[in-house]
Each structure stands twice: as structure tokens, then as C-alpha cells.
Design a protein around this ligand. Structure first.
Ligand SMILES: CC(C)(COP(=O)(O)OP(=O)(O)OC[C@H]1O[C@@H](n2cnc3c(N)ncnc32)[C@H](O)[C@@H]1OP(=O)(O)O)[C@@H](O)C(=O)NCCC(=O)NCCS
Length: 147
């Protein structure tokens, strides 16, 4: 529990706020339509965090049989280091365990040391690198957690 913060499954009416935070958080943001199509797709676990009415974080993940992939996680800069991302991931991991998922994976920019530290304390391991994964040519580090 984080005082004043609630967590819900993302819906279409969240997309404008999600997209605003996406643009503030990533150098190559997803387009709004991409979030909408993720909300329509099957095998997804998409969450938002709100403080009162204000959207302060989101997590978008997909799962298929025993594998889960976290596509996106971001927290508003003014709300970081308060455990919001941790709470989003805790819920994702809880969902994964309830659905017999065995591994959770994700990509993170090689230069994004803050996010890598975040994943490491959740016991994700850097498993390999995807060269030039991002549109600007930066490598991705693939990190995996075995449940
Ligand atoms: C990465 C991100 C989601 C973390 O969100 P957050 O809500 O600040 O994370 P939490 O408060 O839950 O962090 C939990 C723990 O993870 C670690 N951690 C989180 N951010 C960290 C950072 N920038 N540097 C080092 N460790 C960090 C710490 O151990 C932290 O515990 P502490 O604050 O008690 O030391 C957030 O920084 C963000 O939105 N960044 C921009 C988008 C992004 O890079 N997303 C990931 C893409 S792969």
C-alpha cells in the first residue's frame, strides 16, 4: 500500500494520460494508437497507478503460456523513488505466478542504469544484449527473472 495511490487495469480512457507520461519518459515513445491496440489485444496485463485522479505510472505487459514480457513501465518524474514502479511490478509478478508464468523478460537501454538497478533489486538478471535494438541505434540489455 502506498498512501493515496490506487492501481487499476488500464482502459481506453487512460490512454491520453498514459501517452503524455510516455512522451515525457522515453526518447522514442510509443504512439497513442499502439497503446490502444495493446488494450485490445489478448494475453495482456496493463496497469495504471493514480494519485487521486492524476495518472502517475503505468505498466504494459504481455504473456503467452509460461512467458511474460514487460513492454513498458514508467513513473512520473515527480513521483519516482516512492515505490510506485515496485508496486506495479509486484502486481505483475503476482499475476504471473497466478497464471503459471515461469519467466518474465524485458529490454532496457544499455545507458539506462537507473532502470537496470531497479530490475536488479527485483532479481532480474542481464542475460544478453540486442545490438541496435532501439530506433536511434542503442543496444538493449535483455533482463530476465525466473519465477
Ligand atoms: C525506472 C522507473 C520506472 C523506476 O520507477 P520508481 O517508481 O522510481 O521505482 P521505485 O521507487 O519503485 O524503486 C524501487 C527500488 O528500485 C531501485 N531504483 C529505482 N530507480 C532507481 C534509480 N534511478 N537508480 C538506482 N536504483 C533505482 C532502488 O533500489 C529503489 O528503492 P529505493 O528508492 O528504496 O532505493 C522510473 O525511473 C522511470 O519511469 N524511468 C523512466 C522510464 C524508464 O526508463 N522505464 C524503464 C524502461 S526499460
Amino acid at each position: 500500500m502506498i498512501a493515496g495511490v490506487s492501481f487499476q487495469l488500464a482502459t481506453e480512457k487512460d490512454v491520453a494520460d498514459i501517452h503524455r507520461l510516455e512522451e515525457a519518459s522515453f526518447p522514442a515513445p510509443w504512439r497513442r494508437e499502439f497503446f490502444l491496440s495493446e488494450l485490445d489485444a489478448s494475453g495482456r496485463f496493463n496497469l495504471v497507478a493514480r494519485r487521486e485522479e492524476r495518472l502517475i505510472g503505468y505498466l504494459f505487459a504481455m504473456w503467452f503460456f509460461d512467458e511474460m514480457h514487460v513492454n513498458k513501465i514508467a513513473v512520473d518524474e515527480s513521483e519516482r523513488r516512492r515505490g510506485i514502479a515496485q508496486a506495479l511490478m509486484d502486481r505483475c509478478i503476482e499475476f504471473a505466478i497466478a497464471n503459471a508464468v515461469r519467466t518474465i523478460s524485458l529490454e532496457v537501454r544499455k545507458s539506462n542504469h537507473g532502470a537496470q538497478a531497479f530490475y536488479k533489486q527485483l532479481e532480474f538478471m542481464a542475460t544478453y544484449r540486442r545490438p541496435r535494438y532501439y530506433p536511434d541505434g542503442e543496444d538493449a540489455v535483455v533482463m530476465t527473472k525466473v519465477l
